[in-house]
Design a protein around this ligand. Structure first.
Ligand SMILES: [Zn+2]
Ligand SMILES: [Zn+2]
Length: 180
């Protein structure tokens, strides 16, 4: 969808009373984001001087890859957010001053252009968890044979890295066998 790249608005086009942009059936945001259930929502933009206040809502399902078993799984997004958009050159002017915006997220726009695509993509990235798991107790893949341990068990003897005691116990037992 090449049209989405130009999906946005120039600052001068935002009316004084604000602008509400509704979207639905968004199923292609580029290659990085895999969408399972098309995205629906809205963006509400209000100009306050050179800043733009954004209130957004987003709903849909994307596909993530589990960090443990590497399998794709569905991840539902449903969120409200608000954001303050400042012109990028504002950053230079304010360089000395620390940006301490407690309540609102702050972001920047460039060349008087506000990209709806970027606003939505960013919120999606922000909602992706740091640790992506298909389920809380995902068993991951066997490091020896590569089997997905959620689907079947293998006979490889692998001690989990996070369990040094298992290895100690093994050494201990071996020593016992040797008659030590
Ligand atoms: Zn998994
Ligand atoms: Zn195995």
């Amino acid at each position: 969808m090449t049209g989405l790249k130009n999906w946005g608005i120039s600052l001068d086009e935002i009316p004084l009373e604000g602008l509400k942009v509704e979207f639905s059936e968004l199923f292609d945001l580029g290659e990085e984001i895999k969408i399972a259930k098309p995205l629906t929502g809205f963006l509400h933009l209000k100009k306050i001087g050179v800043e733009v206040e954004v209130i957004g809502y987003l709903e849909g399902t994307i596909i993530l890859d589990c960090d443990r078993c590497l399998s794709p799984y569905k991840f539902e997004i449903k969120k409200n957010w608000s954001l303050e958009l400042k012109p990028l050159n504002f950053l230079n002017l304010e360089e000395e001053r620390e940006l301490k915006e407690e309540e609102m997220e702050v972001d920047f726009y460039e060349n008087n252009w506000i990209s709806f695509l970027d606003l939505i993509k960013e919120e999606i990235y922000l909602s992706i968890p740091y640790k992506k798991l298909c389920k809380e107790d995902c068993k991951g893949i066997c490091q020896v044979c590569g089997v997905n341990l959620n689907e079947m068990l293998c006979k490889c003897k692998v001690y989990k890295k996070e369990s040094p005691f298992a290895i100690l116990k093994d050494i201990f037992l071996k020593n016992l066998e040797k008659g030590g």
